[in-house]
Design a protein around this ligand. Structure first.
Ligand code: NAP
Ligand code: SF4
Length: 676
């Protein structure tokens, strides 16, 4: 009997027949290096992490990257699959996933010239801009060894119980480095013509198929859009795709952009499903299933992609870190309960690129499934949470999930705290989803929400525990003339819609100084909501007439003349997110924002803003000066509560303002509530 289509997302949840096996739906959990892969002792955590995603309905997950040999590993001691000694630890991962009814593939990733060690190898000795090590150019026999190592690693993966492997052929790694002239200047049989350059991936897939036999899934991640100068042409992509199909691949997954590309591919300001057009174009050329990827974080978007024939599967990695139950919630018509990935990268990729364990800003349990659990309490307490920003929201909902009787107070008329300002910045629209998620969780967990209510110590006396999540207040720097009408705090602009003139100085170049500058230089609809405009701003050639799919950028004109200032004598935005900071810096440069460091601020008066840069005094003739100089904790409730003998704890910005950020706030709120 054939199963009935799911009434909510029939196409996304339709099985996919691969001939020798079937996937129960179209959701592939894309590869994401979590940092748990590198140490054997962390494998029980890796097993639980993948098992929860399989229990949550994912058809097939792909692990983080494992190198087929030492030279291809990312850094000394990084994950690899190159000896039978390494097989055993994987059995717990594959066993746990199978027990949960899912499938799992091991990703084979050879870093090539992106590796962080002196043994790295590549087609030629051309150093990459993202590591200090120049790779060794492989001799011909060395190339053949790499092919054999891929095949041997796939065989080991099969022994370890995996249902398949994903051969990582994109993102500028080893295989990609052979494909394009940018990194392949060889004159032997592995270089020169495209036929020669593509021999490496084709022989790898052939070698892997021979090693594993016909009934094993081989996913090939193909760089469909390099987004670099001298990248592949469309014709080359198609030629390669057909050859990879003929060599024995089961599924072709989409790869977008090299790590050194000048176009952002996954940050929050990238429109949803921004690159699915290229998977759709590619799908016309091959007969095996094609999986699309990048900024798909919503079941409706995924379903539309499959229903309209743009792709056969959708890959989501970060959305499944954010919510392991994404698929089961969608299947049950509870999509509004999905904890949506906001593509911030703050706890996942930013950690990975700093060699720290990954987690998730909106779900601190990600990669901590064995130690952070929200078990039911045997001793329910009366808990008050004061402040409905990220810290208060996470604390209140985790405590209520555990069976405590929770009342959440906020003096504002809506939940969200600082997130209500963040979501107004063009490119940060996704932040609204976190508020939708918490709003729904408040309903489903039975948190009593008291908005427009200022909680006082006397009101809080009857509670067993009080969590003070009252957040922060903007810091007022010591600058003469701060009460001049030209001066605005960032809250006046982002929260209260204060009118802003044409010439503006922004004081303080932290996350909020950058946010404000983006907000006031932008006019009209956010390009994140208008993919055509976004492609124009970043120079993505959707007609694919050019190598790499690039064309000149056409940023829209800035709405204002902005100067962004800081006291530190270093480049502005240097301390922003590792994987997103460059996007913010580029956006502001494209809007002609003047960035000045090494500033001293003297006074604001009718003439303008009096400052010095180094020893040079100057007056900035501006209509407004917007202050974004950090925050101070709001914690006036603590002392009276302590005096009244009430158990009270500070969380989030009320606890530490200098590190005010949602990652820390949600993590702390969840952990404090998990321990109540
Ligand atoms: P922030 O990052 O602490 O930056 C404020 C800046 O103001 C500092 O970099 C400092 O730079 C300057 N400053 C501090 N005290 C000053 C004083 N007394 N007088 C003059 N200048 C002073 O604070 P924020 O921009 O408000 O951001 C707060 C938090 O929100 C951050 O931790 C960040 O993680 C988060 N956030 C992140 C993003 C993002 O894009 N990832 C976006 C928004 C917010 P100088 O001393 O060099 O002048
Ligand atoms: Fe998504 Fe941010 Fe979580 Fe990463 S940290 S999975 S980008 S919400």
């Amino acid at each position: 009997m054939t199963a009935q289509p799911n009434p909510h997302y029939p196409k996304l949840l339709e099985p996919l027949d691969l001939g020798f096996t079937e996937l129960k739906n179209r959701v592939l959990m894309g590869s994401m290096h979590t940092g748990l892969e590198d140490r054997e002792k962390k494998f029980p955590r890796l097993a639980r992490y993948f098992a929860e995603r399989a229990e949550g309905g994912v058809a097939i997950s792909v692990t983080g990257g494992f190198s087929p040999n030492l030279e291809g590993s990312f850094y000394p001691g990084a994950s690899k699959m190159s000896s039978s000694r390494e097989v055993k630890r994987h059995l717990q991962v594959t066993g746990a996933v199978h027990e949960a009814g899912g499938k799992i593939a091991l990703q084979l990733l050879h870093a090539g010239r992106y590796a962080y060690h002196p043994l790295s190898v590549a087609p030629n000795r051309i150093k990459s801009p993202i590591t200090p090590f120049a790779p060794l150019a492989l001799p011909g026999w060395g190339v053949k060894k790499q092919i054999r190592d891929f095949a041997a690693a796939a065989k080991l993966a099969q022994k370890a119980g995996y249902d398949g492997v994903e051969v990582m052929g994109s993102e500028g790694y080893f295989i990609n480095q052979f494909l394009v002239e940018h990194t392949n200047r060889r004159t032997d049989e592995w270089g020169g013509s495209f036929e020669n350059r593509m021999k490496l991936p084709v022989q790898i897939v052939k070698g892997v198929r021979e090693a594993v036999g016909p009934e094993f899934i081989i996913i090939y991640r193909l760089s469909m859009l390099d987004l670099i100068e001298k990248g592949s042409t469309w014709e080359e992509v198609v030629t390669l795709g057909k050859a990879i199909e003929a060599a024995g691949a089961t599924i072709i997954n989409t790869g977008i952009g090299w790590h050194e590309a000048r176009v952002p591919t996954i940050v929050t300001s990238v429109p949803r499903a921004a690159f699915t057009w290229v998977s759709e174009k590619f799908k016309q050329e091959v007969n095996i299933p094609v999986c699309t990827t990048n900024r798909i974080n919503d079941p409706e978007v995924g379903n539309d992609i499959i229903a309209s024939g743009q792709a056969d599967m959708v890959s989501m990695a970060r959305p499944l870190l954010a919510d392991p139950d994404f698929v089961v919630k969608a299947a049950a018509g509870r999509a509004d309960e999905i904890n949506t990935c906001i593509a911030c990268n703050q706890a996942c990729l930013d950690h990975t690129f700093q060699a720290k364990e990954a987690s998730c800003l909106v779900n601190p349990r990600a990669c901590h499934e064995t130690e952070l659990n929200y078990d039911k309490t045997d001793a329910p307490k009366k808990v008050a949470v004061v402040g409905a920003g990220p810290a208060g929201l996470s604390a209140a909902t985790v405590a209520a999930q555990r069976g405590h009787k929770v009342t959440l107070f906020d003096q504002a008329d809506k939940i969200g705290g600082q997130f209500n300002m963040a979501k107004r910045v063009p490119g940060k629209e996704e932040f609204e989803n976190t508020l939708r998620y918490f709003g729904r969780l408040i309903e489903t967990t039975g948190v009593k929400l008291k908005l427009n209510t200022r909680a006082t110590a006397s009101k809080l006396k009857g509670f067993d525990e009080v969590l003070i999540a009252t957040g922060v207040t903007p810091r007022k720097p010591d600058i003469e003339g701060l009460d001049h009408p030209k001066v605005l705090m960032y809250t006046d602009v982002l929260r209260d819609d204060a009118p802003v003139g044409n010439k503006v100085a922004v004081v303080g170049a932290g996350g909020i100084g950058f946010d404000i500058s983006e907000y006031i230089t932008h006019q009209g609809e956010s390009p994140t909501l208008n993919p055509e405009e976004w492609n124009k701003e970043w120079g993505v050639d959707t007609s694919y007439q050019t190598r790499g799919g690039l064309k000149p950028k056409e940023p829209s004109a800035p709405a204002r003349e902005v100067t962004l200032l800081q006291r530190k004598d270093e480049s502005l935005g240097k301390r922003l997110g590792k994987t997103s900071g460059w996007v913010h810096r580029t956006t502001l440069r494209d809007k002609n924002v003047k960035m000045m460091g090494n500033c001293q601020y003297h006074k604001v008066d009718d003439q303008g803003f009096h400052i010095s840069v180094g020893d040079e005094p100057m007056i900035l003739d501006v209509d407004n000066v917007i202050i974004c100089t950090g925050q101070e904790s709001l914690r006036e409730l603590l002392a009276p509560l302590e005096e009244a003998g009430v158990n009270a704890q500070l969380i989030g910005g009320a606890d530490v303002a200098s590190e005010l950020d949602a990652k820390r706030a949600i993590n702390q709120g969840s952990r404090v509530a998990a321990a109540l």
